[in-house]
Design a protein around this ligand. Structure first.
Ligand code: ZN
Length: 470
């Protein structure tokens, strides 16, 4: 007897040989893949009380979203038309208008969205503009994610300088202003790490998230060097990984002046990199999370093909979900292909197989989990998704990797297993009350927008209709 048997599926394994097994089966026991092969072979060897019939379904590794933002789900599209002001508006909102309840509900909503789109492991970036004045915000967010049950790496670290940062704590609906120094931010980060690590939950970890990789002219800001050194000390002490945003010019300083880069580091966006910076990333085995829907790539591209050609591990990520995107990684695959093909004026760039790797095995490598996640192989964790192919846009279902890269969307995900446990079946998430989560998210978003005075940003802006730009 095994815990679960998946039978009759088309297995897109992403193993070393990139095998596709028709009429395939997977035996799952104690949260891991025990065996994989044809249905005939596995049915003659194993039996189980839980048999998932995957006829007309593609069975593939759960997707891994290496960069999305905690806190964004309740403010989707709010203030999206305010051009460069969006970031300061949201930074002020997070610091002054969010409560522990906000972070809990945002955790449930974002994890539920990811689960339904087949993302079994996400990174939630809670650094930079979010709240590290008190551990309660991150811990409530994590509680929300745990309620849904996806795997998550929460990136936490000191908020942006200048210090001390000003925050607002809400007590009995009354705002109370507080200040937090860099050291306080870092102590809170350590508290969160120690709490989560002490719980020995293999579905959750904390990664260090500096507010920015560097800022220009580090020589002129001596305290910045000290701050980065104290984050480095914590990374080494607790064997943490490092994840943050990075842009052109920062890579060289981070490497040459601060010795920050390495195989434990993943950097989001990485736009406008020079050839020298690409080579630094390759030489240091630093990973890149490319979010093709991010607004930062509009003025200047992320050199994805050049990075891959130089041997850098690049994952495709959502940068979900504000101001203008979702956690649907399937959509991001196409966006990534399209951007690079347009740039090089070449439709042979970024084949379907490569982009699928970039949300499975390469994404696992980006987060340091390639031995446990990212492919369907014996011994790996049973994080598995089933895609229903009996739909007009997916039939005929031959050329499976092509179908996945070009036509499947998050809504086609039918069944999701994480650690071998069924978290969604036939599109239904039965271990939580989905409707209740959605209603609470609607209520909390409206309450938070009113606390932050953002109502005006919900209106249709000037020149929205009938104009080529606003
Ligand atoms: Zn981002």
């Amino acid at each position: 007897m095994v815990d679960t048997l998946i039978t009759n599926g088309i297995l897109l394994t992403i193993d070393n040989k990139r095998r596709i097994i028709y009429n395939g089966a997977i035996a799952i026991d104690k949260g891991r893949i025990l065996d994989i092969g044809t249905t005939k072979a596995l049915e003659s060897t194993y039996s189980s009380d839980i048999v998932i019939d995957a006829v007309n379904k593609v069975v593939m590794p759960g997707l891994i979203d290496t960069h999305g933002h905690a806190g964004h789900s309740l403010v989707k599209t709010v203030a999206e038309n305010t051009r460069d002001d969006w970031i300061p508006i949201m930074e002020t909102f997070y610091r002054e208008a969010t409560t522990p309840k906000y972070w809990y509900i945002d955790g449930t909503l974002s994890a539920l969205e990811r689960l339904k789109f087949g993302v079994t492991c996400g990174l939630s970036y809670l650094g930079s503009s979010a709240r590290t004045d008190d551990s309660v915000y991150a811990l409530q967010h994590i509680k929300g994610i745990r309620k849904i049950g996806i795997r998550d790496i929460v990136a936490v670290g000191p908020a942006k300088p200048p210090y001390p940062n000003t925050y607002v704590k809400w007590e009995n609906n009354l705002p109370l202003q507080i200040q937090a120094s860099f050291n306080h931010n870092l102590e809170v980060t350590e508290q969160i790490l120690l709490k989560i690590r002490s719980e020995k939950d293999d579905q959750l970890d904390i990664t260090m998230s500096p507010p920015t990789l560097t800022v220009g002219g580090i020589q002129d800001v001596p305290e910045l060097r000290e701050e980065i050194e104290s984050m480095q000390e914590m990374i080494e002490k607790w064997n943490m990984k490092l994840h943050t945003h990075a842009y052109t010019g920062q890579i060289k300083v981070a490497h040459e002046e601060l010795d920050l880069l390495g195989s434990h580091v993943s950097l989001a966006h990485c736009t406008g990199l020079s050839k020298e910076e690409i080579q630094i990333l390759a030489d240091t085995d630093t990973k890149v999370c490319h979010s093709p829907s991010a607004r930062s790539i509009i003025p200047i591209r992320c050199p994805v093909v050049e990075l891959l050609d130089a041997g850098v591990t690049v994952a495709i990520s959502t940068d979900g979900s504000a101001p203008d995107r979702t956690f649907d990684l399937f959509k991001e695959l196409r966006q990534a292909m399209s951007l690079q093909r347009h740039f090089f004026k070449d439709e042979n760039i970024m084949p379907p197989g490569k982009v699928i790797e970039m949300v499975t095995i390469d994404a696992a490598k980006t987060l340091g989990y390639e031995k446990e996640l990212g492919s369907l192989e014996i011994g790996k964790k049973a994080d598995i998704i089933l895609i229903d192919m009996m739909k007009p846009h997916l039939v005929p279902f031959f050329m499976i990797p092509h179908r996945i890269a070009y036509e499947v969307s998050g809504q086609d995900v039918d069944t999701v297993l994480i650690n071998g446990e069924v978290k969604m079946e036939n599109g239904k998430v039965s271990h939580v009350n989905e409707l209740n989560i959605l209603q609470k998210a609607q209520e909390e978003a409206q309450a938070a927008i009113s606390r932050g005075g953002l109502e005006k940003y919900l209106d249709i802006p000037k020149d929205f209709w009938g104009h080529t730009r606003y």
